[in-house]
Design a binder for this molecule. Structure first.
Ligand code: BG6
Length: 522
């Protein structure tokens, strides 16, 4: 048996032990399995994180045999692995542990076959009832899979020592009611502690670092409140258009696809109080408190404090981009937003009066996710003669790409009685030569270990929906028959700039080069 390459990675002492497990992937021939799950499992093995006794069962409709399924996954690994070349020894180890079961998600009989397969594989004596069920299917199948697993006796059973867990992909519901219903159905068969709701942003190293950075330094946290902070900006900007995802996206829009989940996660991690421990429930409790502290604006306030827009036709990166409404499987009259920007308040002692501006959009000028903490302007009496106002200090946390942290501050210009802006830069990639795992690697590892901090709890999902539902209801009430358009390759609609300008603020400029991250203040 090939042994994994221990020399390539450092396994910290705190990494939890993973028990022998059988992972069952529903929707095993789909995009997610190929792009994310298989590359993640390969890298976990490469870095010596998987147990010796480990099985992957693909469950899907296509009439594949084991051989074809393995070939599909091998090609997927070649195409989507974030490291190359593929280590053949590691792949062979993985490959021989891969099985395929042709099955219909809606047919209870096929789950009986699955139960039988799980019992009879040679590795079964090691993994016993340690099962990880991964719902990599369309969301409409989530309830039926949970129910059929239970019918086949594959949900957690009383007194069992092993663990049966369920990973649920996003989107989790389409509004508060549907999320509640889905929670109720899943929880009927699987206790909350065995449900792992994925928001892959939580698996990103830089997102995990938000907690470590805030609470592991004594120089930032004391300033992290309304006394010192003027406002906070959270941007997730994407250059890609919606491509072939028209059917899903036209029903979702940026508010459901990105704001309700990824941006809300960044928002609660930035705004939360220090948790009592790094344990899942402590952290999740604090995140939920943030969401609960957001006063839900009236419809009128929402309209005033939000912007939605759609990309029109144009040029992006030298290529012609068709208007969103011309995309495949998108209604020609669609009012779905491909860009959303909102201003939120957190009405608690730490944040009262500090606005949080959140924006995200497709077909924008730059691909970057960033959180900017913008501090109050210092009193200017000392520099009253200067022609420029003293710049605010900005702390920029770059989630991706060029992951890093940048501090913008003022300093004296040598040989002149004047101030100018300087910056201190930290780039992850220039530091330490650490391996940067993909989000799904970390999430799968944690789900295998039963560690739920990086997954969304049921109440968290529901509180986030409450905010987004109110926003969408306000938009619906507005009953308009047009939506502002923005040019592909721009940074979104002018209305989003206006939203800050009327508060005397402006968006931090998109990054140009790695080294060019000034705050744009002139
Ligand atoms: C997904 C959204 O959840 O996140 C996509 O459905 C989006 O629309 C993607 O493109 C962004 O993820 P990342 O990791 O590329 O920032």
């Amino acid at each position: 048996m090939a042994s994994p390459k221990t020399s390539r990675s450092v396994v910290p002492a705190s990494v939890p032990k993973i028990n022998p497990t059988a992972v069952v992937i529903f929707g095993a021939t789909g995009d997610l399995t190929q792009r994310k799950i298989i590359p993640a499992l390969y890298h976990l093995r490469l870095h010596n994180r998987l147990p010796e006794h480990f099985v992957i069962i693909g469950f899907a409709r296509r009439p594949y045999g084991e051989k074809e399924f393995r070939m599909l996954l091998k090609q997927a690994l070649e195409d989507f692995s974030h490291t190359h070349p593929i280590d053949q020894e590691v792949w062979h180890w993985l490959e021989k542990n891969i099985y395929y079961l042709q099955g219909d998600l809606a047919n209870p009989e096929d789950y009986i076959k699955l139960a039988r397969l799980l019992e009879t594989l040679p590795e079964a004596k090691y993994y016993r009832a340690n099962h990880l069920f991964y719902l990599a299917t369309a969301p409409k199948y989530f309830p039926v899979v949970a129910e059929n697993l239970a019918k086949a006796g594959l949900n957690p059973q009383a007194g069992e020592l092993e663990q049966r867990r369920l990973i649920v992909e996003k989107p989790f519901g389409t509004d508060l009611n549907s999320a509640r219903e889905l929670n109720a159905i899943l929880q009927k068969y699987f206790p909350e502690k065995s449900i792992y709701r994925i928001d892959h942003y939580l698996g990103k190293e830089t997102v995990q670092n938000l907690l470590y950075f805030r609470f592991g330094n004594s120089i930032f946290e004391p300033l992290w409140d309304r006394k010192y902070i003027d406002h906070i900006q959270i941007t997730v900007a994407e250059t890609q258009t919606i491509g072939s995802r028209g059917e899903y996206y036209d029903a979702a829009g940026a508010s459901r696809d990105m704001l309700q989940n990824h941006l809300m996660q960044l928002f609660s991690l930035i705004a939360m109080e220090p948790p009592a421990s790094l344990e899942a429930e402590s952290i999740r409790d604090e995140k939920v408190k943030v969401l609960k502290s957001v006063p839900i604006p009236s419809a009128e306030e929402w309209i005033h404090n939000s912007v939605r827009a759609q990309y029109g036709p144009g040029i992006l990166g030298g290529k012609t981009v068709k208007a969103y409404r011309e995309e495949d499987k998108v209604s020609r009259k669609s009012l779905t937003e491909t860009y959303v920007c909102v201003k939120l308040e957190v009405d608690n002692w730490r944040w009262s009066g500090v606005p949080f501006y959140l924006r995200t959009g497709k077909a924008l000028a730059k691909q970057f996710s960033e959180i900017c903490i913008v501090f109050n302007r210092p009193p200017c009496v000392l520099f009253a003669n200067s022609t420029k106002k003293v710049a605010r200090n900005w702390l920029k946390i770059r989630i991706q790409p060029n992951e890093g942290i940048h501090l913008l501050f003022n300093t004296k210009v040598p040989n002149q009685p004047a101030l100018e802006e300087a910056k201190m830069d930290f780039y992850y990639r220039k530091y330490g030569g650490h391996y940067f795992p993909e989000a799904y690697e970390r999430l799968l590892l944690d789900a295998l270990a039963g560690e739920s901090t990086l997954f969304t709890r049921s109440d968290e999902v529901e509180y986030a929906w409450k905010i987004i539902d109110a926003l969408r209801n306000a938009w619906n009430e507005e009953d308009c028959d047009a939506i502002p358009l923005y040019a592909p390759g721009s940074m979104g609609p002018v209305e989003a700039d206006e939203l800050l300008r009327r508060d005397g603020r402006y968006w931090g400029p998109p990054p140009k080069e790695e080294e060019d991250i000034g705050n744009g203040e002139s």
